[in-house]
Design a protein around this ligand. Structure first.
Ligand SMILES: [Zn+2]
Length: 242
C-alpha cells in the first residue's frame, strides 16, 4: 500500500465527505427557513395584535379611572344641592353638574367604542391563532423529513470534523500549510486524484509525462501545473488505464 500518499488521500476523501455534509446541512437549513416563514408571519401578526390589545386595555383603564372621577364629582355636587343658599350658588352648581354629566357621557361613549374595538381584535386574534395552528401542523409535516436529514448531517459532521483534524495532523507540515492556505483562499479540495488523465480539481488535461511519473511511483505526488492542487494517482485509475 502507498504509505506516504495514503494519509493525503484519506484527508482529501474525509474533507470532501465533510464538505458535502456541511453543504447539505446549510441547504436543509435554508429549506426549513423557507417552510417556517408562514408560521413566523402568523406569529408576528399575533404579536402585533396583542400589542394593540394591550394598548386598548390600558386606554380603557384610563377611561374607567376618569369615569370614576366624574361620577364622584357628580355625587359630591348632588350632596351639596340641599346646602345651596341662593340663586347664584344654584346656577353655579347646575353648571358644574351639567359639565360633569357631559364629560361622563363622552367618556362612557369612548369606553363603549373601545370595547367594540377590543371585541373585533379578539375575533381577529382567534382567527389568526387558528391559522397559526394550521400552518404549524403543516410545517411539522413538511419539515419532519428535512429535520431528520439535518440531524443525520449534523451527526456525520460531528464524526468527520475531528477525523479531518486528526488526518491533517498526520501529513507533513509543509503540505499541511499548503492545504490550509488553499482552503483559506477558496480552494476547497487542495488534494485531488487524476481522473481521465486530468486534474479532478480544475479539469485540465495533464501532460502524459506527469501522469507517467506518478503512475510509476504511486507513492509520490505532484502539483497541478494549472491550479497547483496536489495530484496523486488513484489505484482505480491505474486499473482503467492498464
Ligand atoms: Zn488542477
Amino acid at each position: 500500500m502507498n504509505l506516504s500518499i495514503q494519509p493525503l488521500i484519506d484527508l482529501a476523501d474525509t474533507d470532501r465527505e465533510l464538505q458535502a455534509f456541511i453543504y447539505s446541512k446549510s441547504n436543509l437549513e435554508k429549506q426549513i427557513d423557507t417552510a417556517s416563514s408562514v408560521v413566523n408571519q402568523h406569529k408576528k401578526t399575533i404579536e402585533e395584535k396583542n400589542d394593540e390589545l394591550n394598548a386598548l386595555v390600558n386606554e380603557a383603564e384610563e377611561l374607567k379611572k376618569n369615569i370614576q372621577i366624574q361620577e364622584q364629582l357628580i355625587s359630591k355636587l348632588n350632596e351639596q344641592v340641599p346646602k345651596i343658599r341662593n340663586e347664584k350658588e344654584f346656577a353655579a352648581s347646575k353648571n358644574q353638574l351639567e359639565e360633569a354629566r357631559k364629560n361622563l357621557g363622552v367618556l362612557e361613549e369612548n369606553l363603549l367604542e373601545l370595547d367594540i374595538n377590543k371585541e373585533d381584535l379578539d375575533k381577529d386574534l382567534e382567527q389568526i391563532n387558528v391559522k397559526l395552528d394550521e400552518s404549524s401542523t403543516e410545517f411539522k409535516q413538511e419539515t419532519s423529513g428535512l429535520l431528520k436529514k439535518q440531524e443525520k448531517a449534523e451527526k456525520q459532521i460531528a464524526i468527520l470534523a475531528p477525523r479531518r483534524t486528526r488526518l491533517l495532523k498526520k501529513i507533513p507540515k509543509n503540505i499541511q500549510r499548503f492545504y490550509e492556505r488553499c482552503q483559506d483562499s477558496g480552494i476547497s479540495t487542495p488534494i485531488c486524484a487524476i481522473i481521465d488523465k486530468s486534474c479532478s480539481g480544475c479539469h485540465m488535461v495533464l501532460l502524459p509525462q506527469l501522469i507517467n511519473e506518478l503512475m510509476s511511483n504511486p507513492n509520490s505526488h505532484k502539483n497541478c501545473p494549472n491550479c497547483t492542487r496536489i495530484l496523486y494517482f488513484p489505484v482505480s485509475e491505474e486499473e482503467t488505464v492498464s
